[in-house]
Design a binder for this molecule. Sequence first.
Ligand code: NI
Length: 222
Amino acid sequence: MSANNIIIEKTKDYVKEKLSLDASGHDWWHIHRVHSLAKHIAKKENANVFIVELTALLHDISDWKLNGGDDKLGAELAEQWLKDLGVDAETCKQVAEIIKIMSFKGAMVKDNMQTLEGKIVQDADRLDAIGAIGIARTFAYGGSKHRLIYNPNIEPTMHTSFEQYKKDNTSTINHFYEKLLLLKDRMNTETGRSIALERHKFMEQFLEKFLEEWNFSKFKLS
Ligand code: NI
């Protein structure tokens, strides 16, 4: 096994252990899917696959949504972990930099990803937030935050700042309009965009059916 492969395998074990108790949709299998997707996109887009793999594996090591709102801690932990493994300083810095800025921070808040490797991992993470798996994860996350499935009296909000987005405790259905349905137009790579289109369509079908059933009594029984 090459030195890089040993680092990847050790990182997998570290992340598996760290996320073993997660029930919010940010468990090891989310990381596993993002890792595979990111690797696939990285090869197509001719990126540095080692940096992409490490970032994909470590990107949720301490997510702000689950650690009390700290959006710097994950990057720090990832950097420390890689340093301890003897990874060169430049790679450690690049991985940490991507993790620091990659999460979605509101409908009206622009993404600021600079490197190709960062763009790829961001795409892979967002692809796992949409489609059939995205739907499953969104309800798991909503449940873990004690959110209602839906409340037709609360309109979705297009958040203009990260602070506002962080604080909002919306319904899970609103989350589709506030984030998930916006992701296909925020894909960074061509490969990501083409995968996103199909997943997006499936979410639209799901929402249509959901709202049709929700309104059943209104239209069919009255
Ligand atoms: Ni993630």
